[in-house]
Design a protein around this ligand. Sequence first.
Ligand code: ATP
Length: 245
Amino acid sequence: MSAPVITVRGATQVFGSRTIFRDVSFDIAAGEVFVILGGSGCGKSTLLKQMIGLLPPTAGEITVAGHSVRTEVEQVRRQIGVMFQSGALLGSMTLLENVSLPLSVFTDLPAATCAEIARLKLGLVGLGDAAALLPSEISGGMLKRAAIARALALDPPILMLDEPSAGLDPVTSAGLDKLILQLRDTLGTTCVVVTHELPSIMAIADRCAMLDAKAQGLIALGSPRELRDHPAQPMVRAFFHRETL
Ligand SMILES: Nc1ncnc2c1ncn2[C@@H]1O[C@H](COP(=O)(O)OP(=O)(O)OP(=O)(O)O)[C@@H](O)[C@H]1O
């Protein structure tokens, strides 16, 4: 494995008297597609928020490109483009304006250059012809692609996607999987994806980390094929073989 770009060491999250997960540790290598999976409420989104620097871990340490999420939040954020579950684009702006927004807010580039870069990003996600449309005028799959284009606006080396295929039909979802792999292959983007869609996991993940609410932590770490073919825990087996426990 090449040098880790993200290190998670003993990450723990407690809300009030409730432990969501404890002592979670793994590395994510540069250029890896890393999936965080597990049942509802096991803490996938919470772990993502810790990695982005939005939520300091109750205990443990996470670094992104060598920067601590506790003490160097600015530097951490600069490494990461995020698409949250809602993927919210601003409804009153065209796709081009939505994708330009991070560039005009966070850089000193002239408006025409921001627009040119935004156009390139829209092209990258297959929306080159949709730049002038409003979010209300496009499909769910196109909305996700536009949100990914916006997450890529500032050329982050890491992309984090929270349930990108939620609410999409299988064909559109497979198209999104292909896009994620294309971004990794063409731009070298490290992708951290939260999902519990088994076909997506098998299609895109180099490795995955499985969290479990009952175990309050990590129950499996490895390639999806390893976890499917050699599940070390009944819960892992149930997930990859679609069995009930
Ligand atoms: N700020 C918070 N305060 C208290 N509890 C929280 C907070 N954020 C999340 N939780 C709880 O922590 C648990 C894990 O939430 P999280 O959203 O990380 O789960 P998840 O695995 O992403 O679930 P899903 O697949 O349903 O999105 C949930 O029970 C949630 O209610």
